[in-house]
Ligand binder design. Structure first.
Ligand code: GTR
Length: 343
């Protein structure tokens, strides 16, 4: 079957032509409302200009901004290649600190990119407690109030304030893996200063379509809201086992990033995330990019892709590699390639 035939079976809601309308539905029904942006500032707590054999400058900073309930701060590590005049910078919302295995820092530097890493737990805890971090500053009352994914995304936008103010970078990408891949897509969709959002194995409620797919093997809305209700606004919970009633599907989240680029990385064995659902979502989101005069996904076939593929020519990039759920060096190299090839 062609992708078009597969998509026809899924009966997806059409993407609105108005960007604000896409965002208002995704806010109300999925991730929750976001507070207005409040410009952040930062202190540089330590700086090492000789990091990585002298190839990089490492800055340890604290990002701070006002909230209705006082100031909020979180730490970030930034790595800047010394040999590049105005490098592009990846903002990575990461599971742990920058020393986590998901950060091949030296390789990123050697490719001429800068990297800014924040640990998501420093922004808000990954549990149903709303008494800490950014959650404490914004009491959750209504069904459309934000969940944790919205908070993590908002924190990264405040980090972006600081990096833009430094005026030493030429371009900004938001990157994340898995639950933080969902976050990266939402962060890019709600802040046009990013020129690229990289979703690594983001799966259900991220890049992967909610409608269709193999419910035995993949994560569904029912499964995710049972285990991680606090990632979302409460309105999303009503769609457990009622995907057909959703006024949107996940291709809207990719489309909401238009006209800026999106890269979707999948792993062949990551059936929980649903690589085919991620691919079809890219195909379905393409119309929104095309309506803005940008190419969507440019693939070499109408059928589902093979175990290893890279389609990097369109505004939506797609990569699939063998193996399991992981943010691998392969995935990082795909992101660097996509950003390098598409200026
Ligand atoms: C899983 C969750 C996925 C994905 C993953 C992760 O347990 O069901 O949606 O987000 O966690 O973030 O590692």
């Amino acid at each position: 079957m062609t992708c078009k035939e597969l998509l026809d079976l899924r009966n997806l809601p059409a993407i609105p032509s108005d960007h604000d309308e896409i965002l208002s539905v995704l806010k109300r029904e999925l991730f929750g409302e976001m507070p207005p942006p409040v410009h952040a500032t930062a202190t540089i707590d330590a700086e090492n200009p000789y990091a990585y054999a002298g190839k990089a400058t490492e800055r340890n900073i604290t990002v701070s901004f006002d909230t209705p309930n006082g100031e909020f701060s979180f730490p970030v590590n930034v790595y800047i290649p010394n040999a590049v005049e105005k490098p592009k910078v990846f903002l990575h919302i990461c599971f742990l600190t920058s020393m986590h295995r998901y950060n091949p820092i030296e390789e990123i530097i050697d490719n001429g990119y800068a990297l800014a890493v924040a640990c998501y737990l420093d922004i808000a805890s990954d549990d149903d407690k709303f008494d800490n971090g950014l959650a404490l500053k914004y009491p959750r009352v209504s069904n459309s109030d934000w969940g944790k994914i919205g908070m993590w995304a908002y924190g990264m936008q405040r980090l972006l304030d600081v990096l833009v103010d430094w005026d030493i970078f030429s371009d900004y990408a938001i990157v994340g893996h898995s639950r933080l891949g969902k976050t990266a897509l939402w962060c890019g969709a709600t802040d046009p200063r990013f020129s690229l959002a990289v979703s690594n194995d983001s799966g259900c409620s991220g890049a992967s379509l909610a409608r269709g797919g193999n419910d035995e093997t993949r994560e569904t809305v029912a499964k995710i809201v049972r285990q991680f209700p606090y990632w979302f606004c409460k309105n999303y919970w009503q769609y457990a086992d009622h995907e057909a009633a959703m006024p949107f599907d996940q291709h809207w989240l990719i489309a909401a990033n238009a006209p800026h680029r999106v890269l979707v990385n999948s792993a062949e064995e990551d059936l929980w995330a649903g690589p085919d659902g991620e691919y079809l979502s890219c195909v379905a989101a393409s119309a929104a990019f095309e309506a803005m005069g940008k190419p969507g996904l440019i693939a070499d076939s109408d059928e589902l892709p093979p175990e290893t593929c890279y389609f990097g020519e369109g505004s939506i990039g797609y990569s699939r590699r063998p193996g399991r759920h992981f943010f691998s060096r392969y995935d990082w190299n795909t992101a660097m390639r996509f950003w390098r090839e598409k200026e």
